[in-house]
Design a protein around this ligand. Structure first.
Ligand code: FES
Length: 483
């Protein structure tokens, strides 16, 4: 399904690259992070081009809920404990600076994208009242001690009961693709230009070669395995959004501190309800949209569903994005990834950091988010958990020796069947046709699992996804699966 952003804007197409070029900087990826980085670099007088394998904003940017906020859930108390006061302060201040920068650009470039300053609330519902309220109060205290605009609210204007909320004033929301349309007009972008390889200062595409003094990888999931080894530092999570008609516009953006709670924001007369987060490849039973529908329709009676869609986010072990030099071996390569669920704010902050770094200016947030940081002990547990998931997925010998009983597994429309000694992914189409693909992920060989909500084959190791015919949907894999 299309997101509400895709339905309501049509960014004019750009040509594919058909010649060799020599430029100051090449940005790979025309999502929010890539467009913003290219915009800042052009303002510095650099000759910049953006290379996009598909269309502008066609990756994860179109699937966001487009909240621009430093309110990232129940994090600040934990950030202080894990990284100390100064790093926690920089995290909050950097995200606040990103909100202000959006407003500055939107006013300067006169972009009509529904940008609106609103409070962001972190709420919790009645279940487990005392501990939930205590946690919210502690989080409020931590955030306000870090200089963030946080206050505790006993009551919020939601039509169901809560135990209160942490309120961050003066945050923002907007229409992400309208914003990108406004900025893209000013940039030199090539669409349908897939990057085939990068070596030194040279980028090889289907239509020509680019020689660039600086190369920025703004591609959601960095596609090169060496150098950088980003596949060891990132996994991907999926989440789901349902858009409804029939609710009065909200006067804020809402994010739940509860495991099963939903996030809410309005867009015009629509209510966007988000939730159902899980690691990519861990949704064999499905039912995520149904969970959101059940809860949203109970919390906002009288809703009528308009559309639904899902998103995929890169997550790091320590919860901080990776923004800076791709590797010490390639100081002229730069990377921007690992935003978790906060892609809009971190795209802006990342673009600010990279444009300063490339210009040789100090940036106060650069060290905190540098890919060369080693927050080893805080992230060790997460690293081990991720490594365990990947190692389990890498047991692709299961392709040859399926467990007893698995040969008949074809639940609903999709599942695993065994033929001889090999296991395959099968999908039964509406007309009864059986589509069979190999279960081995072409990225690094993990075994794919069926996602009934999206009718896709998803990889639990690093999050590549394929449709039922084996066509690639999400990276880091670079090619389709042969049946
Ligand atoms: Fe890396 Fe599948 S093995 S995404």
């Amino acid at each position: 399904m299309e997101s509400i952003w895709t339905e309501t804007v049509n960014i004019p197409p750009r040509q594919a690259l058909t010649e060799d070029r020599r430029v100051d900087a090449a940005v790979i990826g025309a999502g929010m992070a890539g467009i913003l980085t290219a915009y800042f670099l052009s303002l510095q007088g650099m000759e910049v081009i953006v290379l996009e394998a598909d269309r502008i904003g066609s990756g994860q940017t179109k699937n966001t809920t487009a909240k621009i906020t430093s309110q990232h859930g129940m994090i600040y108390e934990n950030l202080i404990k894990t990284f100390g006061w100064e790093k926690a302060r920089l995290y909050g201040a950097g995200n606040q600076a990103a909100i202000d920068k959006y407003q500055e650009i939107i006013e300067k470039e006169a972009i009509f994208c529904g940008f609106k300053r609103l409070p962001a609330y972190l709420y919790s519902t009645k279940e487990n009242v005392s501990s939930n309220k205590d946690k919210l109060i502690r989080e409020t205290k931590a955030a306000s001690q870090l200089g963030l605009p946080a206050r505790f609210c006993e009551k919020v204007s939601l039509p169901f009961e809560t135990v209160g909320a942490v309120c961050f004033d003066n945050q923002a929301q907007f229409h992400p693709l309208k914003f990108m349309e406004g900025l893209a007009e000013k940039l030199n972008i090539y669409e349908n230009t897939r990057v085939l390889g990068v070596k030194g200062h040279q980028i090889r595409t289907e239509g020509g070669r680019i020689n660039a003094r600086h190369i920025v990888f703004a591609v959601h999931y960095p596609m090169l395995i060496v150098p950088g080894f980003y596949f060891l530092r990132l996994h991907q999570d999926r989440s789901y959004v349902v858009a409804y008609e029939g609710a009065a516009p909200l006067q804020g953006m809402y994010y739940s501190a509860d495991q099963e709670g939903l996030s809410y924001r309005s867009y015009g007369n629509l209510l966007l309800a988000g939730g159902g987060s899980h690691r990519t490849g861990k949704n064999e039973q499905g039912g995520r949209y149904e969970e959101i529908r059940r809860r949203a329709e109970r919390e906002f009676p009288g809703l009528r569903e308009r559309t639904c869609w899902s998103a995929q986010d890169c997550v790091t072990h320590d919860g901080l994005p990776l923004i800076g030099k791709y590797s010490v071996l390639r100081p002229y390569w730069h990377v921007i990834t690992g935003f978790g669920k906060w892609g809009m704010t971190f795209s802006m902050l990342g673009a600010m950091i990279l444009s300063d770094t490339i210009a040789g200016r100090e940036n106060p947030y650069a060290r905190l988010f540098s890919p060369q940081r080693w927050n080893f002990f805080p992230s060790l547990k997460k690293f081990m958990a991720d490594f365990g998931e990947s190692a389990a997925g890498l047991l692709w010998l299961r392709h040859f020796w399926g467990l007893p009983g698995e040969s008949e597994l074809l639940k609903g429309q999709g599942g695993i069947v065994r033929k001889g000694l090999r296991r395959y992914g099968c999908y039964k189409g509406e007309d009864g046709t059986l589509h069979r693909i190999s279960l081995r992920c072409p990225h690094m060989g993990c075994e794919l699992s069926w996602n009934p909500d999206e009718k896709s084959w998803d990889c639990p190791c690093h999050g590549s996804r394929f449709d039922y015919r084996g066509n690639l949907i999400d990276d880091p894999a670079r090619r389709d699966i042969q049946s």
